[in-house]
Design a protein. Structure first.
Length: 272
């Protein structure tokens, strides 16, 4: 287990360990860090080992190539993706340094904001393989925000809408959607294979959204039930869940092809 400290996360407005369809995030083995701007800030300190351009899945809204930056942190090799590097092998890096411009590649869903992907490998492990990173934990307290499924559309884009609830009572602290007192839900519910909770729960603990069970937690990992989320009765793809310290933490509904507009009142429900 590798711990990402609070001082590191203070350079970012949001983070997620489970909100991804890729194996690199299975069981929280990577973390996505969302910067305030479109510059890729380094979440680690160390020496750049290598940079490499990699092919990305073809998507009409994305560039065809992504980039891998490897940084030797002393104890581990950090794998960083989604940044077009302005650094090279041998460069010394501090936490918060600008690594380069953000890349929006085919690894992104169209509703996903730009972010820095971070994983860690043991020094003797192959750092180029997509899978095989160590589990990641975060050294921050999270505030669990109750949500009854309701809200007003604050932002509407082609593939998603963001509601004005739940509201962040103390921007600057870390908060996310509550599934239990002091426990936050993370991930793509239910459109990605699984999700997670912070901090960990026990074995076979039911997880609810808007009063309906949507999955089961075993430790940090959540397995979704066979559920459909609906907005005002219409099926949607799901909820995009993360931990945020910015004021705009409201529920993000993934719903390509929607006809919602800012000001619309929405009620989210789940059917099993």
């Amino acid at each position: 287990m590798v711990t990402v400290p609070a001082a590191t996360l203070s350079h970012f407005r949001r983070f997620s360990l489970f909100n991804s369809p890729y194996a690199a995030h299975d069981r929280g083995c990577a973390i996505d860090c969302y910067p305030e701007s479109n510059r890729g800030l380094s979440p680690v300190a160390g020496t750049v080992v290598d940079t490499r351009t990699v092919r990305a899945p073809e998507r009409p809204y994305a560039v065809a190539e992504d980039h891998l930056i490897l940084i030797d942190t002393g104890d581990h090799v950090a794998r960083i993706l989604h940044v077009d590097p302005d650094v090279a092998a041998g460069d010394r890096i501090a936490v918060g340094d600008d690594l380069g411009g953000m890349v929006r590649s085919g690894f992104f869903g169209p509703w996903v904001d730009n972010h820095v992907h971070l994983g860690f490998r043991d020094p003797d492990a192959n750092p180029y393989r997509a899978a095989g990173s160590l589990p990641v934990e975060v050294d921050v307290s999270v505030r669990a925000l109750d949500w009854d499924g309701g809200g007003v559309v604050r932002e509407a884009a082609e593939t998603y809408v963001v509601l004005d609830r739940p509201r962040h009572p103390d921007p600057g602290s870390w908060a996310g959607l509550a599934v239990a007192p002091g426990v936050v839900l993370d991930g793509g519910c239910p459109h990605y294979e699984g999700g997670g909770v912070l901090p960990a729960l026990g074995d076979a603990v039911p997880v609810e959204v808007a009063g309906t069970r949507v999955g089961v937690a075993d430790g940090r990992a959540v397995t979704w039930d066979d559920v459909t989320l609906r907005a005002n009765g219409r099926p949607i793809t799901g909820l995009s869940l993360f931990v945020a310290r910015d004021a705009d933490v409201g529920a993000k509904l993934v719903c390509p092809g929607h006809d919602f507009a800012p000001g619309d009142r929405i009620r989210v429900s789940a059917t099993r």
